[in-house]
Design a protein around this ligand. Structure first.
Ligand code: HEC
Ligand code: HEC
Length: 350
């Protein structure tokens, strides 16, 4: 009975919104020259890097992207940059449950980290952007993020800045274009990586890399707690979508992937996030509901929040207090390096 009103609500939503077709992006592995620029730390596999065929990585493009990423002039009143919500000092997120945008307007979802996006194609909690390039175009005109009235307005504004005109000319051989802005920002984002964590050094058989408790935690992570059913591989994600029940205790759950596909099987599904640097990127989940990793572990331990669409891998775990503690200290072994060198530029093009 409890779910009948939810079902009715879902039907109304399904009727109200059309389904947008995702643009096809062709991806390839990095070339030798690009690999050199990426300079991936231990544990990251370049063969899984996804680079659009029409957006090669160059040194000049990374630098242009960095300038744009940190430049508040991309927002309507010069107050918000990408870095406001994906702040390098906060593990490339914002430390808030849900993000505050222009005029401190609140969105409904938590800002994910930009770290290791190099290894993903679909972007956003519901994967609705098929590439980082497509993703980057969204926030600029999003009314509650950077608040620009249109893409033309921001492109004209940037074209009035001689320093940007010159740089676009060098990198793309054009004036400032939306396509170029998106390509440059996405290229910068691909260089924001994390590896060489204690976990990576342990996998590499480096002695003393992690503690005994962390080794026990890793075993629990893989076996009893089943975390690797979804947080799998070197980037700790299967890049797939699952309903783990976040938000189904309330009266109006975020329907996640369903809102994009309108398929019942996608109800309440969200993208499995990477767990790299997870100790630095709280609060957790798409709605930022958990402030601590312990709360996340307790949530999984009780089998998520019940709903008719819950993933079959989410079950009661019956972890002991010791197992929970070991699992938590293991998650700290996933904090790595690379992204710490990606800092704000000293100045911006004038
Ligand atoms: C006001 C805060 C805010 C600003 C400004 C902002 N973002 Fe985001 N970003 C978010 C939130 C919230 C999400 C998650 C939204 C969702 O999934 O529906 C997100 C999602 C993303 C993702 C997807 C990550 C993933 O794991 O799928 C990327 C990449 C990203 N933003 C990059 C950018 C870039 C580039 C800019 C600047 C052009 C930017 N963001 C500006 C809040 C912000
Ligand atoms: C069935 C797949 C699945 C399993 C099994 C799973 N996760 Fe997740 N995990 C996800 C998904 C999907 C999300 C995002 C859910 C959301 O926000 O609604 C997530 C989110 C998280 C987050 C928050 C990440 C962030 O950036 O906010 C952490 C931490 C986490 N999982 C840890 C674990 C641990 C520890 C285990 C094992 C006890 C585990 N997960 C088991 C799929 C899974």
């Amino acid at each position: 009975m409890r779910y009948s009103s939810i079902t009715a609500f879902i039907m109304v939503l399904a009727l109200a919104q059309g389904v947008e077709a995702a643009a096809d992006t062709e991806f390839r592995k990095p070339t030798a020259a690009e690999e050199k620029l990426l300079n991936l730390p231990l544990g990251l596999n370049a063969n899984f890097a996804a680079i659009p065929s029409d957006n090669p990585i160059t040194k000049e493009k990374i630098e242009l992207g960095r300038l744009l990423y940190f430049d508040t002039r991309l927002s309507r009143n010069d107050t918000i940059a990408c870095a406001t919500c994906h702040n390098p000092k906060l593990g490339f997120t914002d430390g808030q449950p849900v993000s505050l945008g222009i005029g401190t307007l609140k969105g409904g979802r938590s800002a994910p980290t930009v770290i290791n996006r190099l290894f993903s194609k679909a972007q956003f909690w519901d994967g609705r952007a098929p590439s980082l390039e497509e993703q980057a175009k969204g926030p600029i005109t999003n009314l509650i993020e950077m608040g620009m009235p249109s893409h033309d307005v921001v492109i004209n504004k940037l074209n009035d800045i001689r320093g940007y005109r010159d740089r676009f000319n060098k990198v793309f051989g054009t004036v400032v274009t939306l396509d170029g802005v998106a390509k440059a920002i996405a290229t910068f984002e691909r260089t924001v990586v994390s590896g060489n964590s204690a976990f990576d050094r342990y996998q590499d058989a480096i002695e003393g890399a992690i503690t005994e408790a962390q080794i026990r935690g890793l075993k629990i992570f893989k076996e009893k707690a089943r975390c690797t059913q979804c947080h799998a591989g070197f980037n700790l994600t299967d890049e797939k979508f699952h309903n783990i029940g976040v938000g189904w205790g309330g009266h109006r759950p975020d329907l996640g992937l369903f809102d994009e596909t309108k398929k019942l099987v996608d109800m309440g599904k969200f993208k499995t996030p990477t767990l790299r640097d997870i100790a630095d990127t709280g609060p957790y989940m798409h709605d930022g509901r958990f402030a601590t990793l312990r709360q996340v572990i307790d949530f999984y331990d009780r089998g998520g929040d019940p709903n008719p669409f819950l993933d079959k891998e989410i079950v009661k775990l019956n972890l002991t207090e010791q197992e929970k503690r070991d699992l938590e200290v293991f998650l700290h072994a996933l904090s790595g390096e690379g992204w710490q060198t990606k800092v704000a530029p000293k100045g911006f093009p004038q």
